[in-house]
Design a protein around this ligand. Structure first.
Ligand SMILES: [Zn+2]
Length: 427
């Protein structure tokens, strides 16, 4: 593989503002003054010894990058990378014949590893794999760098998430086996990974509430494993059984992994029921029914009869919450939920409004642990740097909802843009 590794916050422990003058090339220093994360030298040398080409990719000044990299790591490097803009990194790739031919044919053999949203954005623009590593435990860093805030970074939809170099080495040597479970299932691989969104430990009620997602639904440019194409099939009246089976298989593998690694015993597996007006009918139920698991399945939720209005018509978080609070109910089925550990499946995590209302409804029943799992979460928009050949405005990437195929659009006013309407298909 070709692995771009960010420097500050990924290999060096330099979040403290006192290092800023060094990074900006404003003050001379001895590289031995620069603190490293424990194991970072070993990490880089292991990657090299496994035959990977490691290139350090840093926004910092050449004086700083050169001296730190040469002193500690002895690999190639790019300085003043200007993330998330692709120009500097792309020109490095294009200037090297073997790198360039690999990039044209096998983008999934490239990865960028970093601790900030900028690293993930750059990787997505380049359509290569991205690994978010979060090693900082404390520190005096600025929010503007976009580091240290786990949730705001995972919203950019990195391919992988790691908390240690060991995990990263494992990811690099087994990429497909470390994909999110539905993304892996879509290429016929079994994996049980999820993205952790929230974890709450409610000591008073001895309850853990967790939220997990099993695939990314990209918004804009991304690596090839992200699954917006599959996500749009959920709503497609002509959806194919094969696509439903992939989603079901991904959930199945996730649940299996959960039962192996988890010390909790799960009592029930349920889903957010479909309204009678849903198109296609039984939208989520069909997927739920396909999932084979040893955890007992139950139908727990029901909507008010004759509910035709859609949650999507509710414009903000509070409106969505109150919509669910008043129209979705726990069935009175005679099953006691007291202290039961329950897993709830839903199709997509957007604002979290549904998930948090469901949690409340279950808590009112005095259940035990709650795990809310969604098939997809939408990543934040990342555009690649393509401009319209007709009018010069930036193009956006859109997905054809029926076919799942992608195209560039110079979005005209009727679709909320100010472009000329130019369209180009993406292969
Ligand atoms: Zn245009």
């Amino acid at each position: 593989m070709v692995i771009f590794v960010d420097l500050d916050g990924t290999l060096t422990y330099t979040a403290d503002v006192k290092y800023k003058e060094f990074k900006d090339g404003l003050r001379d220093f001895n590289p031995s003054e620069i603190p490293l994360f424990q194991g970072s030298i070993d990490f880089v040398s292991k990657l090299k010894s496994e035959g990977h080409r490691v290139i350090i990719l840093s926004d910092s000044h050449p004086k700083y990058v050169r001296s730190v990299v040469e002193y500690y790591f002895n690999v190639e490097y790019i300085f003043l990378a200007d993330k998330p803009n692709t120009a500097k990194t792309l020109s490095f790739i294009l200037s090297d014949e073997s790198l360039n031919s690999l990039y044209q044919t096998q983008k999934e053999d490239f990865m960028i590893i970093g601790d900030s949203a900028l690293d993930i954005q750059l990787g997505r623009k380049l359509k290569i794999l991205t690994s978010y590593i979060h090693l900082y435990t404390e520190g005096n860093f600025s929010e503007a760098d976009g580091i240290g805030n786990y949730r705001s970074i995972i919203k950019y939809g990195p391919t992988f998430i790691a908390k240690s170099y060991q995990e990263l080495l494992n990811i690099v040597s087994n990429r497909q086996g470390n994909l999110l479970s539905i993304e892996a299932a879509s290429i016929g691989r079994n994996a049980c990974k999820s993205v952790k969104f929230w974890d709450y430990r409610d000591r008073e009620h001895q309850r853990v509430v967790a939220f997990r997602c099993l695939a990314r639904q990209e918004n804009g440019s991304c690596d090839k494993f992200s699954k917006a194409d599959l996500y749009y099939q959920i709503d497609n009246p002509q959806r194919k059984n094969g696509d439903l089976a992939i989603m079901a298989k991904g959930v199945e593998n996730y649940l299996q992994g959960l039962q192996q690694i988890n010390s909790y015993k799960w009592d029930y597996f349920t889903y957010v029921s479909d309204k009678s007006s849903t198109t296609p009918p039984n939208k989520l139920k069909e997927i739920f029914d396909l999932i084979s698991t040893s955890i007992p399945k139950i139908t727990l939720f029901e909507w008010d009869e004759n509910m035709t209005s859609s949650l999507r018509n509710e414009k903000d978080y509070q409106a969505r919450q109150s919509f669910i609070r008043s129209h979705l109910h726990i069935k009175n089925s005679g099953v006691s939920l007291e202290r039961k550990n329950i897993i709830v499946l839903d199709d997509q995590l957007t604002t979290g409004a549904t998930a948090f209302e469901i949690r409340k409804k279950l808590e009112e029943q005095n259940v035990g642990n709650i795990l809310i799992v969604t098939l997809f979460y939408m990543s934040l928009l990342v555009l690649d740097d393509k401009i319209c050949p007709r009018c010069g405005k930036p193009l956006v990437i859109k997905t054809n909802r029926k076919k799942g195929s992608k195209f560039y659009s110079c979005q005209p006013p009727q679709f909320g843009g100010d472009g000329c309407g130019y369209i180009e298909n993406i292969n």
